[in-house]
Design a protein around this ligand. Structure first.
Ligand code: NCD
Length: 311
């Protein structure tokens, strides 16, 4: 049985199984004929539970939409902290062991890093980590990866810059770990206020093992943005730290900065955004974050199919 807890659970086989499915779902989603005759039936009879202990818009709803489009069904809670027996003192392990007896697949979102692993160890069915504290967010990394693969199918020497709360963003950690495996990525830069930026000593071991050149900057250097093929902006994870000295004001990805990127550049953001990504950037032809969020539906359709049918 396969769980998706960290990006280590996403191997080359899974990516090559999923990518064509993703493209197929995306291409044919609006084709009613196709939808009703094929997609609609693939997971008929399957039941997915979503058990979320932290707020979510994109992850939960795109998973639920994905299962529904594939003909399966969905039950769950969007506020398990309040409305599940965890409120009565039940452990994560007991909670997931019980609900895994009611369904075929589970998507969970957790308050604490490491809870997804505990839940998976107790689960009788595949469990997908929809984010565990500041730990990992492997399915967002897949959404980001597929968005990049689609935009740069044959690229080499790609330079990626992460701008924002690189220390506490699980999306940054998962994506950086995943991208480090691809030889087309030659450089990763991490820009952010010192209180919330990652430093070289914080990197996971597997990133160091790659050949990617890693650099951290505690100031926003336009020159670095101007040389980046991809800029991945994140909001300050205010629910995970209370950094009083954090000066977001100097780290805003302004429309002027966006214009310095190469013409083929790609601006990504896992969303939700705050002040770090002004709405004025939305009109920039490189802005891709809303499409990126929409790609989440197709990525999750492909993943559900892979886990329910391939396992
Ligand atoms: C991210 C998350 O939950 O980590 N959101 C998402 O799933 N797209 C990013 C964030 O909350 O900042």
């Amino acid at each position: 049985m396969k769980h998706i807890i960290t990006v280590e659970d996403i191997d080359a086989d899974l990516i090559s199984y999923m990518f064509p499915l993703y493209e197929e779902c995306k291409r044919t989603r609006r084709t009613l004929d196709y939808l009703y005759n094929r997609l609609h039936n693939r997971l008929r009879g399957r039941l997915m539970i979503t058990d979320f202990f932290e707020p979510s818009t994109r992850t939960r709803l795109s998973f639920e939409a994905a299962m529904s489009y594939l003909g399966g069904r969905v039950i769950g809670t969007e506020n398990a902290t309040e409305f599940s027996s965890i409120k009565k003192g039940e452990s994560i392990a007991d909670n997931f062991r019980v609900i895994s007896g009611y369904c075929d697949i589970i998507v969970g979102r957790f308050l604490n890093e490491g809870d997804a692993r505990i839940a998976a160890d107790a689960s009788l069915v595949p469990l997908i980590n929809g984010g565990d504290g500041k730990g990992e967010h492997p399915t967002q990394a897949l959404v980001d990866l597929f968005s990049i693969m689609e935009k740069f199918p044959d690229a080499e020497g790609l330079r990626v810059t992460f701008l924002g709360d690189n220390k506490h963003s699980r999306t940054v950690r998962s994506l950086a770990r995943l991208l480090a495996r691809f030889s087309c990525i030659t450089e990763m830069n991490f820009i952010g206020p010192s209180e919330i930026n990652i430093s070289l000593k914080d990197f996971d071991y597997d990133i160091w093992e790659s050949n990617v050149k890693l650099t951290c900057y505690n100031e926003l250097l336009p020159m670095v943005i101007g040389c980046s093929d991809i800029v991945y902006v994140t909001r300050s994870q205010i629910e995970r730290h209370y950094s009083e000295n954090m000066d977001e004001g100097n780290f805003i990805f302004t429309p002027e900065l966006a214009d310095t990127m190469p013409e083929h550049g790609l601006i990504l953001h896992p969303l939700p955004r705050r002040s770090e990504l002004p709405v004025e950037v939305d009109n920039n032809p490189r802005a891709y974050y809303f499409q990126q969020a929409h790609n989440g539906l197709y990525v999750r359709m492909a993943l559900l199919e892979a886990l329910c049918l391939k396992n």
